[in-house]
Design a protein around this ligand. Structure first.
Ligand code: ADP
Ligand code: ADP
Length: 229
């Protein structure tokens, strides 16, 4: 479980006269165990925000705290979060099993524990039968399940998702969305989910951060945002 606080967060790309402000003065708190969507059109600063939470992108000013610790003070191997990308980012030369286990091996989790976690994640995502396959031999939907299994096996306190369903066809997207919701309920970790799809944000989230032109426009429950009188 983890609380994420954004305090006066800004992001400029480039320097000096060429600097472009991608994110302006973000100020909100993501509560422990919440599922929060960052929603808005392409270019509004969602991925930039997510990448700053992940510590993958430098924060120009302000700070992001996870359980009171600045993300930029933590070395990458101490950041207790898992990132699921739009393009899955699986290692092509590794089997599914090795893909899921890789991050755990890097973190020196012992071998029997890795095996247990891989088996558990594979069971939850129904990919146990393809554990010895290479990613290229899987369908798009299966690859996305492997990416999700890899994140789950890490058992992080924070999950970060960047449009993880956008490369799936409509039916698979709906199905995977329902599964994500169940997984979140079961695992209880804090999740931050980037999407430009309003329906996706509404069905998945406890809170929605609506962004526009790099700014936070609204922050509230789906009901507060879409059912105002
Ligand atoms: P979104 O995820 O909502 O599509 P992004 O966070 O990717 O938005 O982008 C926000 C703004 O920052 C856009 O104007 C984009 O072009 C710009 N931007 C994003 N990444 C970079 C980068 N690495 N260098 C320069 N500009 C960038
Ligand atoms: P998304 O909308 O999903 O964030 P984009 O296609 O906007 O994806 O961006 C893909 C990658 O390109 C990201 O890593 C982003 O940081 C980078 N990027 C986006 N805009 C720019 C830009 N103007 N200059 C350089 N890199 C950029």
């Amino acid at each position: 479980m983890a609380k994420i606080e954004l305090v006066g967060v800004q992001k400029d790309y480039g320097h000096g006269r060429k600097a472009v402000r991608a994110v302006h003065e973000l100020e909100y708190t993501i509560e422990d165990g919440a599922f929060v969507s960052l929603l808005g059109p392409s270019g509004c600063g969602k991925s930039t925000t997510l990448n700053m939470i992940a510590g993958l992108e430098e924060i120009t000013s302000g700070e992001i705290l996870i359980d009171g610790e600045r993300v930029d003070d933590l070395p990458p191997d101490k950041r207790d979060l898992a990132f699921v990308f739009q393009d899955y980012a699986l290692y092509p030369h590794m089997s599914v099993r090795e893909n899921i286990a890789f991050g755990l091996r890097m973190r020196k989790v012992d071998k029997p524990e890795i095996e247990r976690r891989v088996a558990d994640a594979a069971r939850r995502l129904e990919i146990s039968r393809v554990l010895d396959n290479r990613p290229r031999n899987l369908s798009g939907g299966q690859r996305q399940r492997v990416a999700l299994a890899r994140a789950i096996a890490r058992r992080p306190k924070v999950f970060l998702f960047d449009e993880p369903l956008s490369n799936l066809d409509a039916m698979l997207r709906d199905q995977t969305r329902s599964e994500l919701k169940l997984l979140h309920a079961e695992l209880g970790a804090t999740s931050v989910y980037v999407t430009h799809d309003q329906e996706e944000a509404m069905t998945l989230s406890d809170r929605i951060a609506v962004m526009s032109h790099g700014r936070l426009e609204q922050y509230g429950t789906p009901e507060e945002i879409y059912h105002q009188p």
